[in-house]
Design a protein around this ligand. Structure first.
Ligand code: C2E
Ligand code: MG
Ligand code: MG
Ligand code: MG
Length: 287
């Protein structure tokens, strides 16, 4: 007979926990080979300047198509990649690939557009993080002013001092720093004021309910106002409807990104999308 263990035991060693663990081991095992086997790619989601409608640039989003596991969402594997530190080579691969792609667009006379790249705290805490970023910019011949790093709020509080110094250094060189998923973490406004950032990125959860009912100002509107008070740009993510876009325009949000404008686009389709978007804009001007 099995010992009568405490109630918590089943939660700890129960089937779900075991399955969860197995899944992590399997993902880690296959992820190890993903870069060398060319299983990783990037998609690019357009970001638009709301005031003018102009294309500002793109956010690079990683995709993993594993021959064994199929498409695996970054929401499932980025955390695991962080735990086993595979995020270091993967993150460097993402940054180089994104900068190369953008520099290529510029050489073709497009833009110049910007590129936003998601950066993990594991990368930020590396001693040579700033060197790596500047080296990749040199190697890909991309002007630092066209690169924006997206950092999530929750991660920054862990090593505030160290991370602030590095971000400040990169900001001084013209690189944009966006605080991603803003509003979902726990950072206080006084911390926010001390952070060397250039942009607040309002989390999708504050966009979903827009424009909302009643007379009270939706939180997204207040976040835009706070961001502007602090001299920051404000971007809204996850914009899916025209009503949301109209609301964001009314409160002077600077940039928008979301399915309403475009889903993330495969590399091979970006050029065609961009040309099509430019034509649309010109038509709008003529109206
Ligand atoms: P994120 O940086 O907040 O990226 C936004 C996510 O929302 C993306 O999901 C994007 O495809 C999705 N999205 C954009 N617009 C809409 C919309 O209108 N509606 C809905 N429902 N979703 C929208 P994705 O690509 O699955 O990425 C999820 C997260 O994984 C990212 O959230 C980011 O935290 C992380 N991630 C993705 N690529 C990288 C990477 O290269 N490095 C690191 N460290 N993290 C990454
Ligand atoms: Mg992001
Ligand atoms: Mg985000
Ligand atoms: Mg998000």
């Amino acid at each position: 007979r099995a010992k009568q263990a405490g109630k918590g035991t089943y939660i700890l060693y129960g089937q779900n926990m075991q399955q969860h663990f197995d899944e992590r081991v399997i993902i880690e095992k296959h992820l190890r080979e993903a870069i060398d086997n060319n299983e990783l790619s990037l998609q690019y989601q357009p970001k638009v300047t709301l005031r003018t409608g102009e294309l500002w640039g793109f956010e690079a989003l990683i995709r993993w198509n594993s021959p064994v596991l199929g498409f695996v969402s970054p929401l499932s594997f980025i955390g695991i990649a962080e735990d086993c530190r595979l995020i270091i080579p993967i993150g460097e691969w993402v940054l180089r690939k994104a900068c190369l792609f953008l520099a290529g667009l510029h050489r073709q006379g497009l833009g110049p557009y910007h590129i936003s790249v998601n950066i993990s705290v594991i990368q930020l805490l590396l001693d040579d993080f700033t060197d790596t970023v500047l080296r990749i910019l040199r190697e890909t011949e991309l002007n630092p002013r066209y690169l924006e790093l997206e950092i999530t709020e929750s991660i920054i509080m862990e090593s505030f001092e160290e991370i602030s110094i590095k971000l400040e250094y990169l900001k001084q060189r013209g690189i944009g720093i966006a605080l991603d998923d803003f509003g979902t973490g726990y950072s206080s406004l006084s911390y926010l004021k001390q952070l060397p950032i250039t942009t607040l990125k309002i989390d999708k959860s504050f966009i979903d309910g827009l424009p909302g009912e009643g007379s009270s100002m939706p939180l997204a509107g207040s976040i835009v106002a706070i961001g502007h008070d602090m001299g920051l740009n404000v971007t809204a993510e996850g914009v899916e409807t025209e009503e949301q876009l109209d609301f964001l325009r009314r409160v002077n949000c600077d940039k928008v990104q979301g399915y309403f404008i475009s889903r993330p686009i495969a590399e091979g389709q970006v050029l065609a999308w961009t040309r099509q978007y430019a034509r649309q804009m010109i038509n709008v001007e003529k109206c």
